[in-house]
Write a protein that binds this ligand. Structure first.
Ligand code: C2E
Ligand code: CA
Ligand code: CA
Length: 385
């Protein structure tokens, strides 16, 4: 609110929210604001646990109506976590912490969700906190590394570049997948440091490759909330002495609707700089087509879920064919992700897809395997009729 409409509007929003909250509770209850957008309600003398649920449902209902602020209608979404004494703790700080843990699960499940604290929450919260603590030192302890997965141009019959994929070598738990630790990095803000490390490392590696290859780097929405991001990218490029057009930034469709949606001004500046931008996991987001037209994306990556089933499911094949046709009309590039079989590759060749990526061409490999991959015999040439 503050970022979009200014502090006065932010204050007005809080006042209105407070009024709505107060309407839902009894005189004897206490409502408080305990953080930027977090509120606590303390209720005593409840006859049964279900009463708490009833109040929580009233809260969710109270926020369903949009707020009128600065002549705009603003939708508020609530998530609620509930802890009950003495069952979930009998001192204030434990109760608050456990309500917060339940809130975390509610947030994960989407807006409007109400969750009671469960003992299992405590365990997973514990693990998450431990992982979070370790992640803070991962860069300094040199535990992060990148693997590179090739892009293959079907018609030119050559490798055109690599996508950098992050890994964490945890001293006790072994290799941890980015799907597990990137969300933690995003929540804690560690993503800024990690993202910068990935960018620098990828550009440094790229500087050793033939100049007709590119490197693609995945970005999290939160990274675009950092105003220095543009400068970081420019610096990484100039330090590694690589031309901007050899760096590709991958952003997902769902990022475009997140609260950290990259300002189109940042994306436009990147494109002006010569950096290319690819729309990742295409087809899994929301209003794909509108977003496509807003910016001159360089490339679209068709999500692997469509490729996986396209030869078995005509509807998936139809989607793949249409996306490829669309990119041709819009004159942007297209990559099919997750290609695992020669049959899939042949089908994509027939539909005039530009590039493919997937286990068939190559799994993600360490930096020192790249030259071997580039010089191996080309196995993917057009099959004889
Ligand atoms: P993504 O960008 O969609 O990356 C593609 C994922 O599919 C990779 O998983 C890759 O190993 C896997 N993959 C590639 N080809 C095939 C195939 O033929 N079959 C199958 N079944 N899978 C294939 P990975 O490396 O586990 O990465 C998962 C996700 O983590 C990535 O999805 C990306 O969103 C995120 N990620 C990875 N590195 C970074 C990073 O440096 N920064 C950020 N923000 N996110 C990252
Ligand atoms: Ca990607
Ligand atoms: Ca993808």
């Amino acid at each position: 609110m503050n970022d979009k409409f200014g502090h006065l509007a932010g204050d007005e929003f809080l006042v209105q929210a407070a009024v709505r909250l107060q309407r839902c509770v009894r005189q004897t209850d206490t409502v408080a604001r305990i953080g930027g957008d977090e509120f606590a309600l303390v209720m005593t003398n409840l006859t049964k646990v279900e009463d708490a649920l009833e109040v929580a449902e009233r809260f969710v209902g109270a926020f369903a109506e949009p707020f009128a602020i600065e002549r705009c209608e603003i939708a508020g979404a609530t998530s609620i976590g509930i802890a009950v004494a003495p069952r979930d703790g009998d001192v204030p700080h434990v109760l608050l912490r456990n309500a917060d843990i339940a809130l975390y699960r509610a947030k994960q499940a989407g807006p409007g969700t109400i969750c009671f604290f469960e003992i299992n929450d405590d365990k997973s919260a514990h693990e998450r906190r431990a992982l979070q603590r370790d992640l803070e030192f991962a860069i300094d302890r040199d535990e992060l590394f990148l693997l590179y997965q090739p892009f293959f141009d079907i018609h030119a019959n050559r490798i055109t570049g690599f996508e950098a994929l992050l890994r964490w070598r945890h001293p006790v738990r072994g290799i941890i997948s980015p799907t597990e630790f990137i969300p933690i990095a995003e929540e804690t803000g560690l993503i800024h440091g990690i993202g910068e490390w990935v960018l620098r490392r990828a550009c440094a590696t790229l500087s050793n490759w033939p100049s007709d290859l590119r490197v693609a780097v995945n970005f999290s929405a939160a990274q675009f909330h950092n105003t220095g991001i543009l400068q970081t990218i420019v610096q990484a490029l100039s330090q590694a002495r690589v031309a901007p057009h050899r760096l590709e930034i991958e952003i997902t469709e769902s990022m475009l609707i997140s609260k950290y949606a990259p300002a189109s001004s940042i994306l436009t500046s990147l494109l002006q700089l010569g950096v290319t931008v690819a729309l990742d996991d295409f087809g899994t987001g929301y209003s794909s087509l509108t977003y496509l037209l807003k910016l001159p994306y360089t490339r679209i990556k068709i999500d692997q879920s469509f490729i996986r089933d396209m030869l078995r499911r005509p509807d998936n094949a139809a989607i793949v064919k249409s996306i490829i046709a669309l990119t041709r009309d819009l004159r942007i590039g297209v990559v099919a992700e997750g290609v695992e079989t020669t049959e899939q590759l042949d089908y994509l060749r027939q539909t005039y897809c530009d590039e493919v990526q997937g286990y068939l061409i190559g799994r993600p490999v360490a930096e020192d395997h790249i030259f071997a991959l580039l010089h191996q015999d080309k196995q993917w040439s057009t099959p004889a009729a």
